[in-house]
Design a protein around this ligand. Structure first.
Ligand code: GLN
Length: 460
């Protein structure tokens, strides 16, 4: 089994020489060799990965080893890595090679991690299924008939397929958490400003955060702790100490958002949600119903912000500096967003849509701040429905509605994470379902406590 161990234990094993970095890479490469054609997860494999593993093995005797010693990383295709193709899963940037390393990449390398390659995602991080990738959808080994979730589809699928220890994804409105739920793993959206976005191709610069996707919660906490922190390359990154993410044995007050109760479309998800609330109570935690102002408008506020900021971000894709001309090469969803953003940015609207959206963002954010005076963290489902079948058609509105439970945390800038809680049976299929824990800005310590507790209730 290649990635069964918790990553903290795995690094310790590699540092002790019980597992070589070379063997770790070789095991994952064997999985890639066996299944990548079928699953369409890696868009590019880093040809230097094995060489780097050998160098790290040679370095072991020096004893001066980084925190990620030997760990194998897969990166979403919107993070810059020098020399690798950073296509954003778009024809626009099909041949674009990274000319520098994103801050998160520098951290991985500094801490002796290994970059195995670049994985698939929805084009320009826009979607909920991975199906908007210009290079075809990828497959979720844990529910092969269903979409793996999006937009960080490959970052979820690569963990489900046991092809890497860790994946990094970007989350603008749910993109790390939605695939984590569908793939039966853990995915984190840190507080806005927690992780440097330098080297990330923005979908929406005021909402994006980079976060880890891993098999279990403690591994995700371990990775986040190291990639977090201030960088002079990213003005909004925050110089704030990361609290300890160690598991504690405390009792918490857990918020439940009243407005969400009627928004869960799938009856079995609803049942599971009720069941978990009861289990949490029986463990001695207090469940408290709260209300968040304007939360029912979150999706309506989220998309205009994304549209406008994405439009502005795409202006550099002019075929002179980068890739092909955006308008000529981008897919339908990316075009819809950029053109929509252009339309609502027109001077005749005087920023009406954008300003209104920002107002709702502020109201939601203030309301969360108040709520976190009463509760330690908040429990919600990730998706109102089960992942749809691959290729099944869906209206734009229905697709956007999938973000109802995830995009509010991006609007508020708070942290949120998803952990797998159970599987739901549909005919012969067993489909993973994850729930979400949201905590206040820079209270990842509390968020992880919530995720640990949910994880302890997995399949129970
Ligand atoms: N589904 C959302 C969207 O399409 C989220 C995307 C993301 O988080 N990158 O915008």
């Amino acid at each position: 089994m290649v990635n069964n161990a918790n990553l903290i234990e795995k690094v310790a094993k590699m540092k002790a020489g019980e597992l070589t970095c070379t063997k770790n890479v070789q095991d994952f490469l064997a999985e890639v060799e066996k299944n990548n054609k079928k699953y369409n997860i890696f868009l590019e494999i880093n040809k230097n990965a094995l060489k780097r593993a050998q160098e790290l093995d040679n370095k072991r005797k020096t004893g001066d080893l980084g925190k990620f010693y030997g760990l194998v990383f897969a990166l979403k295709s919107n993070m810059s890595v020098e020399g690798l193709t950073i296509s954003c899963a778009s024809k626009t940037l099909e041949t674009y090679k990274g000319t520098y390393n994103a801050d998160v990449v520098e951290t991985i390398l500094k801490e002796d991690g290994i970059i195995l390659g670049i994985v698939n995602n929805d084009e320009f991080a826009s979607g909920i299924s991975g199906e908007t990738s210009a290079f075809g959808p990828c497959i979720n080994a844990n529910a092969p008939l269903r979409v793996p979730g999006g937009s960080s589809a490959g970052s979820g699928a690569v963990i489900a397929a046991k092809m890497a220890d860790v994946a990094l994804g970007s989350d603008t409105g749910g993109s790390n958490r939605n695939p984590a739920s569908h793939c039966g793993i853990t995915g984190i959206k840190p507080s806005y400003g927690r992780v440097s976005r330098f080297g990330l191709m923005d979908l929406s610069m005021s909402l994006d955060q980079i976060g880890p996707l891993t098999k279990d919660v403690s591994s995700a906490a371990f990775i986040l702790q190291e990639i977090a922190g201030y960088s002079e390359n990213d003005a909004i990154s925050i110089d704030r100490k990361v609290q300890s993410y160690e598991k504690k044995d405390s009792k918490y007050t857990i918020g439940i958002i009243k407005e969400f109760d009627d928004m869960i479309a799938d009856e079995k998800i609803k049942e599971l949600y009720i069941n978990k609330k009861e289990k949490l109570q029986s463990l001695g935690h207090t469940i408290k119903e709260i209300s968040i102002d304007d939360i029912t408008l979150a999706v309506e506020a989220y998309y205009p912000i994304v549209y406008v900021e994405f439009f502005s971000g795409t202006r550099k894709l002019d075929s002179v500096k980068y890739g092909k001309k955006f308008e000529a090469a981008a897919g339908i969803e990316a075009l819809r967003r950029a053109m929509g953003g252009q339309e609502i940015s027109k001077s005749e609207f005087d920023g009406a849509y954008y300003k209104k959206a920002l107002k709702v963002k502020e109201i939601i954010s203030d309301s969360f701040s108040k709520a976190f005076k009463e509760v330690d963290f908040i429990l919600t489902p990730i998706s109102p429905s089960l992942p749809h079948k691959l290729g099944e058609s869906m209206s734009v509105e229905d697709g956007y509605a999938v973000d109802v439970f995830t995009c509010p945390s991006n609007l508020a800038g708070i942290c949120a994470g998803a952990v797998s809680v159970d599987k739901i049976k549909e005919g012969d299929e067993e489909i993973p379902v994850g729930f979400q824990i949201m905590a206040n800005k820079f209270r990842e310590d509390l968020m992880f406590q919530g995720l640990y507790i949910l994880e302890s209730l997995q399949n129970r």
